[in-house]
Design a protein around this ligand. Structure first.
Ligand code: MSP
Length: 511
């Protein structure tokens, strides 16, 4: 069985996760579920990034230890993922003992082979981003990533010989055109960072102690990004007694990351892997941000809302669908309640929900719910059946290119065709004459079968909706293979009870 290893970034534990944080994880979950559906052996990793100065400071403010602080809020991430039906294989915490032990070994190995050396760091540091900067990299004197103040740090430090790997990384990128996606981010990395020349990076800190100590010089803790990036291999058991998963799943097929952390993933991470003599991940995809009112989402800007408020009100599948469909993957996109409501009403309630409801209701009304098909075909059926049978190929092509929004659009195209097919075949007129019963049965069968096929293909994206649709169709035939051939819906069984899949929301009421 072909393997597929996909990761999200590990999140800084926070009590204030917002809808933007959900974005990466919803997308990763949908890609993971899709790969499971098509028969791959999937490992989907997520987790929390718990060390660093930022966490230590927050814990100090609360008067508790950093570990107590992270223990208290890490459950918030797990709870949020549960509310969004995120089906991860493993949740790693960088405070997990196996991870800390492996990081110590990795650091020692790099030091012993000369890839890490001792020096002195003097420069600028952005604590919220845990990033080192040079004067020229600042924008208006502030951190170029988050726009906040930086401060001067001067301390004895260990350095990683990043400069040594510059040419190898450039070569690798040019020989593997898909390694960094989308193209625009690849060019940014090459032109802004790699070509001007890489400097060695500081990989230890001494001014705080909430981190993994360096075993041979314990007043130093490992720089949080080295600790964090290596989670992708320690989670699989790298440098531990049981590295079966590492052997099976590494290299990763896809690291999904937000655009502001592409630099760490496409420059520092490959260099570490090269130093460890390990293969590089197949693809790193840097996606855009969900923004509100043209800006970032944050509590201080007053546009923050706990995503659970939206999930409770609109449902997990609606939030998932919006995130996947609204924004072409890679670009920034705006989130607003009115655009969410428009999507729910137009796509989920009207196109999908209404179609299912009408079809099941007609089946109940005209055949007491019995699914029959005497194969009384008409030319008009050809386009619908052809499109439905070939839909999995269109979806697969889009998913291979991570065009998730287009994959969803192609499935909704089938549903739109079904709605048109109802208007053209007019089942309510066919029902008036007993002679047309055979044709009416075939028309309804075609619609029910299209709903079955589309729900199989929608199941990675909106899993609850697909489950409910299968229930209403009363079908057990939900395998991926069964959507490659039209006619998998079981004849002779009875459809379930019609129940609206989605509630329509009033825009005015929301405003
Ligand atoms: N801890 C680091 C990642 C280490 S990975 C080895 C980190 N954590 S984070 O909590 O700040 O961000 C986690 C992810 O959430 C990032 O990919 C980031 O881009 C994403 N997002 C945070 N706000 C976002 C939006 N408003 N929109 C989309 N994604 C956003 O970075």
């Amino acid at each position: 069985m072909e393997k597929f290893y996909i990761t999200t970034p590990i999140y800084y534990p926070s009590a204030n996760f917002h809808i933007g944080h959900c974005y990466t994880t919803i997308i990763a979950d949908s890609i993971a579920r899709y790969n499971k559906l098509i028969g791959k052996d999937v490992f989907f990793l997520t987790g929390t990034d718990e060390h660093g100065e930022k966490i230590q400071k927050k814990a100090e403010i609360e008067g508790i230890s950093p570990k107590e602080y992270v223990d208290k809020i890490v459950e918030n991430a797990k709870d949020l993922w549960k509310c969004l039906d995120i089906e991860y294989t493993k949740f790693i915490r960088t405070t997990d003992e196996y991870h800390e032990e492996a990081v110590k070994k990795i650091f020692n190995k790099l030091y012993n082979q000369g890839d890490i050396y001792k020096g002195e760091y003097e420069g600028l540091y952005c604590t919220p981003c845990e990033s080192f900067w040079t004067e020229t990299q600042l924008v208006d004197g502030k951190c170029p990533d988050c726009g906040r103040d930086v401060h001067i740090v001067k301390e004895e430090s260990y350095f990683f010989r990043l400069s040594k790997y510059q040419d190898r990384i450039l070569d690798y990128i040019s020989n593997h055109p898909d390694f960094i996606q989308p193209e625009s981010r690849k060019n940014e990395m090459i032109n802004n960072f790699l070509k001007p020349g890489l400097e060695d990076v500081c990989v230890s800190r001494t001014t705080f102690n909430w981190g993994i100590p360096i075993t041979f010089d314990p007043k130093h803790v490992v720089y949080v990004w080295i600790d964090a990036l290596t989670n992708y291999i320690t989670a699989l058991g790298y440098m531990s007694e049981d590295d079966t998963n590492f052997k099976k799943y590494w290299p990763a097929n896809l690291h999904l990351v937000g655009k502001e952390i592409v630099r760490f993933h496409t420059i520092i991470w490959p260099a570490i892997l090269m130093a460890l003599d390990l293969p590089l991940p197949e693809k790193i995809f840097g996606h855009g941000w969900l923004i509100i009112d043209g800006g970032k989402i944050s509590k201080s800007l007053g546009n923050y809302k706990d995503p659970r408020e939206y999930i409770d009100k609109f449902g997990s599948d609606s939030i998932r669908y919006f995130s996947l469909r609204e924004v072409p993957f890679g670009n920034d996109g705006s989130f607003s309640v009115s655009s969410l409501i428009s999507r729910i009403n137009s796509d989920l309630a009207n196109i999908l929900g209404n179609l299912l409801n009408r079809t099941i209701s007609m089946s109940k009304k005209y055949f007491n719910g019995l699914i029959i098909n005497e194969k009384v075909y008409d030319k008009i059926d050809d386009d619908l059946i052809n499109y439905a049978e070939n839909l999995y190929k269109i979806v697969d092509n889009n998913m291979n290119n991570l065009h998730i929004s287009d994959a969803l659009e192609s499935i909704f195209e089938l549903l739109r065709k079904c709605n048109k097919y109802i208007d053209e075949t007019t089942p309510w007129i066919l029902a008036k004459n007993d002679e047309n019963k055979g044709r009416l049965g075939t028309v309804l069968y075609n619609l029910l079968e299209c709903l079955r096929i589309s729900s199989i293909l929608l199941s990675p994206f909106i899993p609850n909706t697909s489950r409910e649709t299968f229930k209403q169709l009363n079908t057990k035939n939900i395998s991926y293979d069964s959507c490659k051939k039209f006619g998998g819906l079981e004849l002779g069984s009875y459809v379930g009870e019609p129940k609206p899949l989605f509630k329509r929301f009033e825009l005015e009421e929301e405003k």
